[in-house]
Write a protein that binds this ligand. Structure first.
Ligand code: PLP
Length: 456
């Protein structure tokens, strides 16, 4: 087989500003050893997130000029609505400024005190919006999805037995809807199988519950189904997406992921009464129903992005570049979540740095060293992000200590990925020299964004 190449030519470029190791040591120190506080201009390869960091196509940029900025009934809204409906088949399509705005509107209406929302794994903003409404967010991912070192094709699947038990114990009347996140971002970008989606649909039918998708990476999930699930190898990715959405009653979407835009989102629904309530809330918090917090030009670029995301040459390149980085790391013995997910590689910091205890933040130590060695920005997803304290002030670690390297869509080429690989391998070879960190400043909530550290 020949090399899978980037399925695009580059028309517009953004120069990378190079820094030396000495400069980076100083920059990191000045940022309190927290890469969130580094200026993006001081980063060589930025793998902080794949959210809103995609490169738009020439046609999307042309759409930016074409955007119709009418307050009501904009032509761009109707193009957006028909692109979303073409994929989801849903009746009511509501634009929002990003994914969490769709979640906020939905859960403000269906959530509330005494309610429970099951999901394979809630993404942080989804969990926050469920909990903010007073409801409880419950994660029911399958057992294999909790073990970074175990390989399986669909580690994002919902545990259907657990779901049934959960519904029986909680009571249907206390569950407004069941949600499935595709791909399972918080569980390592792992896909959900069509069989699992059908099984969850059957459970929802039995109990009369609506099924919603957190659809942020629907196209990456569909591509995994095509590659891994029997019976789908000859279906187009678009057909697979349409089949998946056909089992749902609605979805929330961050267009900053699989719609290839820098800002945007939407909420789709089939239930008219619920849709009316959502629209009314949208008008208060986001804007008129034909723009929902976005400009006409954003809707135009989003509609175009939805057409481009199901292109199988794009998805082949996309999934391959993540897998390529993952495979090379596995070959070199670097511990990562296996198999590689769709949008990111997750280093297992516990196995990478067994001598740095959780309360000295092994993930932060690796993240900082990646920056010093090569100007690569990753993000710690472990004790810094999710650690808590018990009554006695002792640190309580989350189950996993990870370092996520998310790959922006269409931004980097294979040589960038090769460079990242070299940087990780250099950090891995010198791992015995790495030391942990301690806080010098810590905010009471979401501390990872603003925390400052010093090396131990
Ligand atoms: C990014 C993301 C969201 C939230 O979307 P925003 O556009 O960042 O508000 C929700 N769910 C998942 C799975 C995500 O990846």
């Amino acid at each position: 087989m020949k090399t899978i190449i980037e399925p695009f030519k580059i028309k517009s470029v953004e120069p990378i500003r190079f820094t030396t190791r000495e400069e980076r040591i100083k920059i990191l120190e000045e940022a309190g050893y927290n890469p969130f506080l580094i200026h993006a201009d001081d980063v060589i390869i930025d793998l902080l997130t794949d959210s809103g960091t995609s490169a738009m196509s020439a046609k999307q940029w042309a759409g930016i000029m074409e955007g119709d900025e009418a307050y009501a009934g904009s032509k761009s809204f109707f193009r957006f609505e028909s692109a979303v409906r073409d994929l989801t088949g849903d009746k009511f399509i509501i634009p929002t400024h990003q994914g969490r705005a769709a979640e906020k509107i939905l859960f403000s209406i269906v959530g509330g005190e005494g309610k429970y929302v099951p999901n394979n794994t809630h993404f942080d903003t989804t969990r926050a919006n469920v909990e903010f409404s007073g409801a409880e967010a419950v994660d029911l991912v399958c057992e294999v999805g909790k073990h970074p070192e175990q390989r399986a094709d669909f580690k994002g699947d919902m545990d259907v037995e657990k779901l049934i038990k959960f519904i029986e114990e909680t009571g249907v009347e206390n569950i407004p809807l069941v949600m499935i996140t595709v791909t399972n971002n918080s569980g390592g970008g792992q896909p959900v199988s069509m069989q699992n989606i059908k099984d969850v649909r059957a459970v929802c039918d039995k109990y009369g519950l609506p099924l919603f998708f957190d659809a942020c990476r629907f196209a990456e999930n569909a591509f995994f189904i095509k590659k891994r699930e029997k019976g789908y190898e000859n279906k187009s990715v678009k057909e697979i997406c349409q089949e998946m959405f056909s089992y749902g009653d609605g979805s929330t979407m961050s267009a900053k992921k699989d719609a290839l835009v820098n800002i945007g989102g939407f909420l789709t629904l089939n239930n008219e009464e619920l849709a009316m309530k959502c629209r009314n809330l949208l008008i208060v918090t986001e804007g008129f129903p034909t723009y929902g917090g976005l400009a006409g030009r954003d809707l135009e670029a989003l509609a175009q992005g939805l057409e481009e995301i199901v292109d199988e040459n794009y998805l082949t390149y996309r999934i391959r570049s993540t897998e390529y980085l993952g495979e090379k790391l596995i070959d070199a013995g670097v511990p990562i979540i296996e198999p590689p997910g769709g949008h990111a590689i997750y280093i297992d910091a516990k196995r990478f740095l067994p001598n740095v205890p959780a309360n000295q933040f092994p993930g932060q130590a690796i993240t900082n060293e990646l920056y010093i060695v090569g100007g690569v920005r990753a993000v710690e997803i472990g004790s810094v992000m999710f650690g808590k304290y018990d009554e006695n002030g002792n640190h309580v670690a989350p189950p996993m200590e990870l370092v996520r390297m998310a790959i922006p869509r269409r931004v980097y080429t294979q040589s960038h990925i090769d460079y990242v690989l070299e940087v990780i391998l250099e950090v891995y070879e010198n791992r015995d020299k790495l030391k942990g960190y301690e806080f010098t400043y810590e905010a009471p909530m979401l501390r990872h964004f603003t925390a400052k550290f010093k090396p131990i």
